[in-house]
Design a protein around this ligand. Structure first.
Ligand code: PLP
Length: 458
């Protein structure tokens, strides 16, 4: 077998073929071609990527918030290889299962918060969230309240790209392009820096949770089925909840009897210093979609963890649930996820993020708060946002929202660091295996990026 990297094609040839035939996700197709095509990533090791020109890049995003154990873990390749030889595929539909799927369900139940005793497998976070919608509607129909259809999400929440998942989410650009399905409503996220800066953060947290109650009243309490949110809103600009937010959200959900869906696709598997963001923020979800860090991105796999309230109804009253994916519980993906969980646990990676590297990462990043264009640094564990601002003293944001963020993002790429910009917030979500030295290197690069950005915009 010959790897494609051994081919004689030049980088220019690869780019030309790619531009001619490959439509990239979340990409301006023509814009990318006009820029000369996509950067070709050829290999990776630890937290570093290497492109076809040999440039070494520190991956401050762990791929797409997913490569939690870092790149180049041979054990994961070996787990896939062994499983492929033994049983490369079989489905879990027709009263069959496989050992990796069964064992993974057991381990997920053990790791996730109490009361989530069942797993339903999917191939991606989007599919997991489509599954969540199906389960929520089925639950209420079986409970004799089929009119409870509306799921409330949050503006700038991201739950995936299928039509159902983007309706659940609150990304206006996606809604504008494709419309949204009926049965979804959205509230503002608890973005203290943008929406509550002059208020006490704890009081603002209670107020922001109150927006859920307002929306329930507006929709009609008997029509609301569930509320969905990420523990920390990731792709929507790293919105870190005030300390009072989640307790109050849970109080409102209980008051109206609605289901609580906590989307752990980003926060799961150690990112916040606990196995799940729900443990960090003391949340008790009824349904919990998982993906990304579950296999560290080495295989596409996702799951919905189902709490007893929903599972008991689906199991005891439901009959056949007409839902599933060809790759639900794919044995190779499950085998890789199991090995990934073993690495995270046995190497103490999650514990280290909570007690050592996470606090160090956050401390070092907060040193950047003195920079003239940095308004706020927020986050926990190995997830952080750096919000840029035009005038700190007057708390004035940049006029053309997103422009300065994009300039910073481009400087970052040009200086060997992958950092994302969401509007004017720079986002970091690196592999969980970063050492103090890696963190120092990352922070140094971010400061350089901030200096260059301030220079360009000054
Ligand atoms: N949920 C959250 C919180 C996400 O961040 C994402 C992807 O970024 C998704 C769901 C969708 O996952 P996928 O891209 O695997 O469909």
């Amino acid at each position: 077998m010959t790897a494609l990297s051994a081919s004689n094609r030049t980088t220019a040839e690869w780019k030309k073929i790619d531009s001619a035939h490959h439509l990239h996700p979340f990409t301006d197709f023509k814009g990318l071609t006009d820029e000369g095509g996509a950067r070709l990533i050829v290999r990776a090791e630890g937290p570093y990527l290497y492109d076809s020109e040999g440039t070494k890049i520190l991956d401050g995003m762990a791929g797409l918030w997913c490569v939690n154990v870092g790149y180049g873990r041979k054990e994961l390749a070996e787990a896939a290889y062994a499983q492929m030889q033994e049983l490369p595929y079989y489905n879990t539909f027709f009263k069959t299962t496989t050992m990796p799927a069964t064992e993974l369900a057991r381990q997920l139940v053990e790791l996730t918060p109490e009361g989530l005793n069942h797993a339903f497998f999917a191939g991606s976070g989007s599919e997991a969230n489509d599954t969540v919608i199906r389960m929520v509607r089925r639950y209420w129909a079986l409970e004799g309240q089929p009119q409870r259809q509306v799921i409330i999400g949050r503006r700038n929440g991201y739950h995936g790209s299928t039509l159902a998942a983007l309706s659940l989410g609150g990304m206006s650009a996606m809604h504008t392009q494709s419309g949204i399905l009926p049965g979804f409503a959205h509230i503002e996220p608890p973005h203290w820096f943008q929406l509550g800066y002059h208020e006490d953060p704890d009081a603002f947290g209670v107020k922001a949770a109150g927006w859920l109650e307002d929306k329930i009243q507006e929709v009609g309490p008997d029509s609301v089925a569930a509320f969905i949110a990420e523990p920390i809103q990731g792709a929507g600009g790293l919105v870190y909840p005030p300390a009072t937010y989640w307790a109050e959200i849970q109080r409102v959900c209980h008051k109206y009897g609605i289901l609580l869906i906590v989307d752990e696709v980003i926060c799961g598997f150690g990112r916040t210093g606990n196995w799940f963001g729900s443990q960090t923020f003391d949340i008790k979800p009824d349904l919990m979609p998982l993906a990304k860090g579950m296999s560290s991105g080495y295989q596409p796999i996702a799951a919905v963890m189902v709490g007893d309230r929903v599972a008991d109804t689906l199991i005891s009253k439901g009959g056949e649930f007409f839902h599933g994916y060809t790759y639900s519980g794919h044995p190779v993906a499950c085998a890789v996820a199991l090995e990934n969980i073993r690495i995270l646990r046995d190497e103490g990676i999650v514990d280290r993020v909570r007690t050592d590297t996470g606090p160090y990462f956050q401390k070092r990043l907060r040193e950047l708060a003195d920079h003239p264009i940095v308004g706020e640094v927020r986050g926990i564990g190995m997830i952080a946002g750096i919000e840029l601002i035009r005038d700190k003293a007057r708390h004035e944001f940049f006029d053309d929202v997103g422009k300065v963020g994009t300039i910073a993002r481009d400087h970052s790429f040009a200086n060997g660091l992958i950092m994302r910009a969401v509007y004017d917030t720079l986002v970091l979500s690196p592999p969980l295996i970063l050492t103090h030295d890696h963190i120092d290197e990352l922070v140094e690069k971010v400061r350089l990026v901030l200096d260059k950005t301030a220079h360009d915009t000054g």
